[in-house]
Design a protein around this ligand. Structure first.
Ligand SMILES: [Zn+2]
Length: 208
């Protein structure tokens, strides 16, 4: 089959994927790890913002099950001194991208996840109401992996197709909506590289 047909087919599939995502709120290629930490979005407030975060548990350590345990309220808080400082905290994000690019989903995108906290984007408070939160497994200062940038671009492209109100300038960092309180995704996150990848993902017909 010629390459052009392959691209045409992908475009058709991507349109279907975006419609399906709008209906179900579930990313088809994510591993589903349901968190109880969510609620309904307020009526009449369209999804219009994508927030990029980072998290690692314990801080600076990667690869373990602790982030998933934390978002699902089953973290063993006695297992590490840092975990005691976050005992009783109930948070979530819609999505997590592990260091190897694996995507995990905790909350349907149609629901309101608890990732932004006290926050404001262009005069609009309570960003959890109208945003989708994506965590990158990482820290502010350790470079993110190419697999994470690639996966983030792919999933952002699909989300933007499903909710076109999320334009390029409505993809932001937690640090930007909660300045002075939050620093993630930190200086390690290369916005220019990410945006270049996002445009490349768009050009490839959302082949996710
Ligand atoms: Zn954050």
């Amino acid at each position: 089959m010629p390459d052009t047909d392959v691209f045409a087919e992908r475009h058709t599939d991507s349109g279907t994927d975006a419609r399906l995502l709008r209906e179900t709120g579930l990313i088809p290629f994510a591993r589903w790890c349901p968190s109880p930490n969510f609620g309904p979005r307020p009526d009449g407030v369209p999804i219009s913002l994508l927030v990029v975060h980072n998290i690692s548990l314990p801080p600076g350590q990667f690869g373990g099950p602790e982030i998933e345990d934390f978002f699902c309220n089953r973290l063993d808080h006695s297992a590490h001194p840092y975990f005691q400082t976050i005992e009783g905290v109930q948070v979530s994000a819609h999505l997590l991208i592990r260091r190897d690019g694996v995507l995990v989903q905790f909350v349907s995108l149609l629901e309101r996840a608890w990732h932004a906290g006290r926050s404001c984007f262009e005069g609009q408070d309570e960003c959890n109401d109208f945003s989708i939160g994506i965590e990158l497994e990482g820290t502010d200062d350790i470079p993110y992996t190419p697999e994470q940038y690639r996966r983030l671009a792919e999933v952002a492209d699909l989300i933007m197709a499903a909710w076109p109100a999320i334009t390029d300038d409505r993809i932001t960092g937690h640090c930007d909506i909660a300045p002075g309180r939050k620093t993630d995704p930190g200086p390690a996150f290369d916005w220019q590289y990410f945006r270049a990848g996002l445009h490349a993902a768009r050009g490839s017909g959302r082949n996710v």
